[in-house]
Ligand binder design. Structure first.
Ligand code: NAD
Ligand code: DAU
Length: 351
């Protein structure tokens, strides 16, 4: 049977790569991209596939249950891949309620719409919830997050994602919705909104602006190229076992300060600047409150069960990412005008 997949948040960073992969790889599927086009959503991310015959865009908000119900009926939705979310930790510290509404209430609205539409055939359909490794809290200097690690979220963002994960599980247990959850580490790549570390620092290096490193830059993240995350979602959506979580990670840990120095070096080379020039922009600023020290994913389960592993090395991925931003300065200019400037002032002016 051909699938009619509702992908939420498809105009965002990761969502746009997932939509592109599914539209191109599965011409027999109908792909419905539902997105509210918040500051993070941008249809320019999908220009290359917007006229594909198996692609439809629905400008809608997951906070509107009646609209969701209509969309399920209109497109005869058979499956959901749910990415729509408020996704930035610093914004969750500035305005937690937006995260409670979109990430928790929005997810429950979507689960309810799926349950109502799929009725007594719930086991024939799949709800794939895209979550994060941040739900596990923080690691010390050693160890990894496995699928058995207890949830212990530390920021309003991660608490809202953890809550949404619990609701997905509860709808599975109580109403028998078939679900899978993927918990992924930090993504990077083209179309990443320049509020997050890598694209923000690329943009600031281009513009010779200070690079605000939180605390001492000792925090560690496990970086994965976004297309490898999209490949993992494809595999788990099609082949993952019902009711299971799969951790997805890059086997690629970097202390923030080491990553920032590498970025400076690569950008100096690509921009034809003197070696060491961009490093002078590094500025240590007040730490993020509740800043998780270290994330590191044990991706053994997805590797052993489904054969997934990253296909792009960090050197390759970072180089491609920088090239994309240098070739898409219009995109950068567009997304950093307007509301972005207010956010930037609020977030960084008193640090
Ligand atoms: P993003 O902020 O770039 O995109 C979010 C998208 O959701 C945007 O297109 C936005 O318009 C849309 N959206 C927001 N609120 C909405 C609403 N109420 N109704 C409909 N659409 C709405 O986020 P991202 O970085 O692409 O993350 C996508 C998902 O993956 C999120 O669920 C996030 O928690 C998860 N995740 C992200 C990372 C990462 O490193 N970025 C890692 C692991 C998991
Ligand atoms: O681990 C997965 C998560 O990764 C996702 O669930 C989130 O949606 C995504 O935003 C990301 O969260 P982080 O908080 O790890 O990403 P961010 O890019 O905001 O920060 C990465 C590290 O860099 C973190 O230790 C904070 C630090 N940082 C960040 C910014 C924006 C700075 O030092 N300075 C900055 O200006």
């Amino acid at each position: 049977m051909s699938k009619h997949i509702l992908i939420t948040g498809g105009a965002g960073f990761i969502g746009s790569h997932v939509v592109r992969l599914f539209v191109n790889k599965y011409p027999d599927y109908k792909i419905v991209n539902l997105d509210a086009l918040t500051y993070a959503g941008n249809l320019e991310n999908l220009k290359d596939i917007e006229h594909a015959p198996n692609y439809i865009f629905e400008h809608a908000n997951i906070l509107e249950p009646d609209v969701l119900q209509e969309i399920f009926e209109q497109h005869d939705i058979t499956d959901v891949i749910h990415l729509a979310a408020e996704s930035h930790v610093d914004r969750s510290i500035l305005s937690p309620m937006d995260f409670i509404y979109t990430n928790i209430v929005g997810t429950v609205n979507l689960l309810t719409a799926a349950k109502n539409y799929w009725k007594d055939e719930l086991s024939k359909h799949r709800f794939h919830h895209v979550s994060t490794d941040e739900v596990y809290g923080t690691l010390g200097d050693t160890g990894f997050f496995t699928e058995e690690t207890a949830y212990s979220p530390n920021s309003p963002y991660s608490a809202s994602k953890a809550s949404s994960d619990h609701f997905v599980r509860a709808y599975g247990e109580t109403f028998h919705i078939s679900f899978v959850v993927t918990n992924c580490s930090n993504n990077y790549g083209p179309n990443h909104f320049p509020e997050k570390l890598i694209p923000l620092f690329i943009n600031n290096i281009i513009n010779k602006k200070p690079l605000p490193v939180y605390g001492k830059g000792e925090n560690t993240r496990d970086w994965l190229y976004v297309i490898d995350h999209a490949r993992a979602i494809d595999l788990v959506f099609h082949e993952g076992r019902n009711g299971e979580h799969y951790n997805v990670g890059g086997f690629n840990e970097w202390k923030n300060i080491d990553l920032v120095k590498l970025l400076c070096k690569l950008m100096d080379e690509k921009l034809g600047r003197e070696a060491g020039e961009s490093e002078q922009l590094i500025t240590y600023v007040k730490d993020r409150p509740g800043h998780d020290l270290r994330y590191a994913i044990d991706a053994t389960k997805i590797n052993k069960e489904l054969g997934w592993k990253p296909s792009v090395t960090f050197e390759e991925g970072l180089s491609k990412t920088i090239d994309w931003y240098l070739q898409n300065e219009e995109w950068l200019k567009h997304v950093t005008s307007g509301e972005y400037q207010n956010y930037y002032t609020e977030q960084y002016s008193n640090r």
